[in-house]
Design a protein around this ligand. Structure first.
Ligand SMILES: NC(=O)c1ccc[n+]([C@@H]2O[C@H](COP(=O)([O-])OP(=O)(O)OC[C@H]3O[C@@H](n4cnc5c(N)ncnc54)[C@H](OP(=O)(O)O)[C@@H]3O)[C@@H](O)[C@H]2O)c1
Length: 217
């Protein structure tokens, strides 16, 4: 499948490479075609990897992974172009983290709204699925990374049931997520985005980013 990865940071690189390993063709998008980090990623990932602007990538992808800085995500998607997002599944991994006052970051959207909802409201013709945002990127693509025999729980949020099922079947399952809870519509992204404050503090307290949350029931 042709897939767009919007974002040239560690999440874009890790997700992009994991998608290539699953046999997909991936175009990484950034604000500028020829972005140094995107070119380095293409060089490292071979013939099924390519790069371009946010718009080039979104036009290419049948599925679009949103791996952009939280406060730049809506601008990145506007640059990608509503026409290139319409009818497509947007896997939103971004978090509304505000680092303006240093560490730990706060959330610039919370409680009564979420970044996932803002994406869905801004691009009503896209099918936004919020997931994977609650773990480090290496754990996203390898659920057993934190503890091989005791994997965590992954959540999905979104208005389109088929889109959520497609994301689980094509990506979460191959990446080892064997306990997935469908929380419901995109408003449930408020819950997973608001896990970030406890994620950040657990990481600070333990010095280990390779962990996941588990719902015991
Ligand atoms: N790091 C993790 O393990 C992890 C885990 C869970 C969730 N997340 C979330 O995943 C997202 C990506 O994180 P990251 O650490 O890989 O990278 P990041 O540094 O947060 O984001 C890098 C990307 O954001 C784009 N960007 C930054 N400001 C922008 C703006 N004003 N307008 C448009 N685009 C802008 C950059 O574009 P250019 O390419 O043009 O520079 C780049 O592609 C974040 O939302 C983060 O909270 C990260």
């Amino acid at each position: 499948m042709n897939i767009a990865v919007l974002g040239t940071g560690m999440v874009g690189h890790t997700i992009g490479s994991a998608l290539i390993r699953l046999g997909h063709s991936v175009k990484m998008g950034s604000r500028t075609k020829g972005n140094e980090k995107a070119v380095a990623w293409v060089t490292a990932n071979g013939a099924n990897a390519s790069e371009g602007s946010f718009s080039d990538a979104a036009a290419f992808g049948k599925v679009i992974f949103v791996c952009t800085k939280g406060d730049g995500t809506l601008d990145a998607l506007r640059a990608a172009g509503a026409v290139n997002l319409a009818g497509k599944v947007l896997v939103d991994i971004s978090n509304p983290l505000d680092f303006s006052k240093g560490m730990p970051p706060s959330l610039f959207i919370c409680n009564t709204d979420s970044l996932g909802e803002q994406i869905q409201h801004t691009f009503p013709d896209a099918k936004v699925v919020k997931t994977l945002n609650i773990v480090n990127c290496e754990v996203m693509v390898n659920a057993g990374k934190s503890s091989p025999n005791d994997r965590g729980t992954m959540f999905v949020s979104g208005n389109d049931a088929d889109a959520k099922q497609m994301v689980v079947g094509n990506f979460l399952t191959p990446w080892g997520w064997n306990d997935v809870i469908d929380l419901g519509d995109i408003t449930t992204a408020r819950g997973t985005e608001m896990l970030l404050p406890i994620w950040v503090r657990t990481w600070a307290a333990t010095g280990n980013g390779h962990f996941s949350f588990k719902i015991v029931r």
